[in-house]
Ligand binder design. Structure first.
Ligand code: SF4
Ligand code: SF4
Length: 151
């Protein structure tokens, strides 16, 4: 992907001997969570909703993911204005509650926070198509499995 002015790729810093660090030690230094915003959205059910989600993902630095609770989320990859160049928070004492609640055990750095990430409309559409096929197959096999009524 060619980056234009204004692009803010979500890059998690890597550390020396990272494999020897605990999740909490990495979390204190990482600042990855300060580089994006994610918001719950409905699972798309209608063609209009799917079309709207395509429109979202067509925008630069916007992606959609499904989290571990099967909930859909929209992701805006854009850094917080209070994130300092050294990765520290400029308003640490008064930072919002959501910043205090972050946990390394549900970490986007390690991909533990999602099961599917859609960076392009095609990726999301392929997933939805696959889900549709699975649902159809399940419905067909459960109809076939029903015993026929005796006449
Ligand atoms: S939760 Fe994960 S992504 Fe967020 S700051 Fe900690 S290590 Fe980085
Ligand atoms: S307020 Fe501080 S902790 Fe919260 S996202 Fe911004 S830089 Fe990170």
């Amino acid at each position: 992907m060619i980056l234009d002015k204004g692009d803010t790729p979500l890059i998690f810093p890597q550390f020396k001997n990272e494999e020897k660090m605990t999740e909490s030690e990495i979390c204190v230094k990482c600042s990855g969570c300060c580089r994006y915003v994610s918001v719950d959205i409905e699972k798309p059910k209608t063609k209009t909703q799917i079309d709207t989600y395509v429109y979202y993902i067509l925008h630069r630095n916007v992606q959609i993911y499904i989290d571990n609770d099967k909930k859909w989320n929209i992701l805006f990859i854009t850094p917080c204005s209070e994130l300092l160049p050294n990765g520290m928070c400029n308003i640490y004492e008064t930072r919002p509650q959501i910043c205090r609640d972050y946990s390394a055990t549900a970490c986007s750095r390690t991909g533990k926070d999602h099961t599917h990430l859609f960076k392009t409309p095609d990726a999301m559409l392929a997933y939805l198509e696959e889900e549709k096929k699975k649902k159809k197959k399940k419905t067909t096999s459960s109809v076939e499995a029903k015993p026929k009524k005796k006449k």
